[in-house]
Design a protein around this ligand. Structure first.
Ligand SMILES: CC(C)(COP(=O)(O)OP(=O)(O)OC[C@H]1O[C@@H](n2cnc3c(N)ncnc32)[C@H](O)[C@@H]1OP(=O)(O)O)[C@@H](O)C(=O)NCCC(=O)NCCS
Length: 202
């Protein structure tokens, strides 16, 4: 049962985070006004990152995709942007989208501009996204990645996502959101392991 209404995102406080390259980023909700910023972020993804994120050799985001990716209700579809305050550019986005046929299960996707990867931006985005999933009472977050995508697997593992299924070169990982409640990134692994059965097991 959906217990919350959609929101414009104005009620979601931005968060300032220090990252490993010595800079700071701001994490805030993505809005309809971010189409140009999202297009620019896409241009900062290498062919490999695009393939890893979209599972296809994508060359551009269509108008329809841009509308879908930015028109989010911040409840069943949440999207958070990491902003470089220096120039206002979007350097990363993390989102979840609730499955139509599962009331509290959502699919996760994340991308960080190649020139800003390996600084902790993906970790900061994911931490905030899991927090939003908890606020919005998602039971389970699910992510799909390729086996050879080591950065994504490392990132998801850090939050306690566990492998659930594998098909071809792809791996599905799930996080029981309630089991990881109030857990910081460092402890997520241990606590998730303690729960042998998870809300993701349907
Ligand atoms: C996956 C991705 C979002 C990670 O973002 P990031 O900002 O580089 O991540 P962080 O700097 O927070 O690092 C997170 C973890 O990934 C590891 N990692 C990052 N880049 C890595 C690399 N090139 N090789 C191996 N591990 C890597 C980090 O060491 C860290 O692991 P740890 O927690 O064990 O220390 C980024 O690589 C990306 O955008 N990839 C392309 C899109 C994609 O694959 N999306 C995921 C599928 S939807």
């Amino acid at each position: 049962m959906e217990s919350r209404q959609q929101t414009s995102g104005d009620d979601i406080a931005p968060l300032t985070v220090a990252v490993a390259d010595g800079s700071i980023i701001e994490i805030r909700p993505l809005t309809r006004g971010d189409r140009a910023g999202l297009t620019e972020l896409f241009s900062r993804l290498s062919a490999e990152s695009r393939q890893r994120r979209f599972f296809t050799p994508k060359v551009e985001l269509s108008e329809r995709e841009l509308a879908y990716f930015t028109d989010v209700d911040h409840v069943s579809h949440e999207a958070l942007a990491a902003i470089d305050p220096w120039d206002g550019s979007i350097v990363g986005v993390a989102r979840y989208v609730k499955y139509g046929d599962h009331p509290a299960v959502a699919d996760v996707a994340i991308e960080v501009a190649d020139d800003r990867q390996r600084c902790g931006i993906g970790t900061a985005l994911d931490e905030r996204l899991v927090g939003r999933a908890r606020v919005n009472r998602m039971a389970c977050l699910s992510a799909t990645t390729r086996w050879d995508n080591r950065p994504a697997r490392a990132l998801l593992r850090r939050f306690g996502f566990r492998a659930r299924a594998s098909r071809g070169g792809e791996l599905q990982l799930d996080l029981d959101v309630s089991a990881s409640e109030k857990v910081s990134t460092g402890a997520a692994h241990t606590l998730a392991e303690r729960h042998s059965r998870s809300a993701c097991e349907t």
